[in-house]
Design a protein. Structure first.
Length: 241
C-alpha cells in the first residue's frame, strides 16, 4: 500500500500547527470576549519549535480556505499532503506543476513531503483540537481550551488520505481513513494501549495523549479492504471526554 502515515506525522498539527497558527491554552475559565477570525486580526505566525517563518507570516488568517487548503474557521484541511506542511517551512503552496514549482523553489525537492505531493489529504478536527478563536488573548488560535493538556479535553481529528500508483498489474488506487481522540481523564496506559477507567480498550497510544479508535484501509493493489482496527470501546466521538 502506498499510503503515507499522516497519523504519525500529523502531530505537527499539535506541536507546530500546519499553516502556522495556534497556541496552547491553559486558562480554566472562558473570558467574556474572544477574538475570532472574523475580526481580521489573527495572523499566521511562527510557533516554536519552528525556526522558519511561515510563508504567509503576518498576514490575516482568512475565514475560508487559504492557498494551502486550510479552513481554520470550518476546522478542516483539503489539498495536497505537501501543502499541509510546506507553508510553515517557508514555502509557497504547491501548485501541481512540478517543473514550475521547483524552478521557483528548488530546495522543495528535498522537503520531506515532496514524495507525497500527489497524495490527497482531508483533515477534520473539533474546537478542542484547534479552535477558530483566541480566548486567552495570546494572539493564537486556542488548543484544548480550559485544559492544561489534551487529556480529558474531548479533542479529536480525522485523516483521510487517497492516491494512485502503478504496479506490475497497472494503475491502482488506495485510501486510508483514521479517527484519533484525546484520552479521557481517568484513562490509563498499558503496553502502548489506552484503557477506560473500567478497563475497556480505547485504542493504541499515539502522541502520548491520544488514542486511535478507527482505521479503514482500502488498496486495489494489495487487496486490503475495510476496517483494519475498531476500538472495543466504540469508534464514535463524544464519549471520550
Amino acid at each position: 500500500m502506498k499510503r503515507v502515515l499522516l497519523v504519525l506525522v500529523a502531530m505537527a498539527v499539535i506541536a507546530i500547527l500546519p499553516a502556522g497558527s495556534a497556541g496552547v491554552s491553559t486558562a480554566s475559565a472562558k473570558p467574556s470576549a474572544c477574538t475570532t477570525l472574523q475580526d481580521g486580526v489573527l495572523q499566521y505566525k511562527t510557533v516554536p519549535p519552528d525556526l522558519t517563518d511561515h510563508y504567509l507570516e503576518g498576514q490575516p488568517i482568512p475565514t475560508g480556505y487559504d492557498a494551502y487548503g486550510y479552513n481554520y474557521q470550518a476546522h478542516q484541511f483539503q489539498g495536497s499532503y505537501a501543502n499541509a506542511y510546506l507553508g510553515r517551512d517557508g514555502y509557497p503552496p504547491y501548485t501541481g506543476d512540478d517543473a514550475s514549482y521547483l524552478a521557483a523553489n528548488p530546495t522543495a525537492a528535498n522537503h520531506w513531503t515532496w514524495p507525497s505531493r500527489d497524495v490527497n489529504l482531508i483533515m477534520k478536527w473539533n474546537d478542542a483540537w484547534l479552535s477558530n478563536r483566541d480566548c486567552d488573548d495570546d494572539g493564537l488560535l486556542d488548543r484544548h481550551y480550559g485544559h492544561t493538556s489534551y487529556i480529558g479535553s474531548g479533542a479529536w481529528i480525522t485523516n483521510h488520505q487517497s492516491g494512485e500508483y502503478n504496479d506490475i498489474y497497472g494503475p491502482q488506487r488506495w485510501n486510508y481513513f483514521v479517527k484519533i481522540v484525546a484520552a479521557p481523564t481517568a484513562a490509563t496506559q498499558n503496553a502502548d494501549v489506552w484503557y477506560t477507567s473500567a478497563g475497556r480498550e480505547i485504542g493504541p497510544v499515539i502522541w502520548d495523549e491520544f488514542a486511535t479508535i478507527l482505521e479503514v484501509d482500502n488498496d486495489s493493489g494489495t487487496g486490503n479492504h475495510g476496517v483494519s482496527y475498531r476500538s472495543p470501546a466504540g469508534p464514535g466521538f463524544g464519549h471520550f471526554d
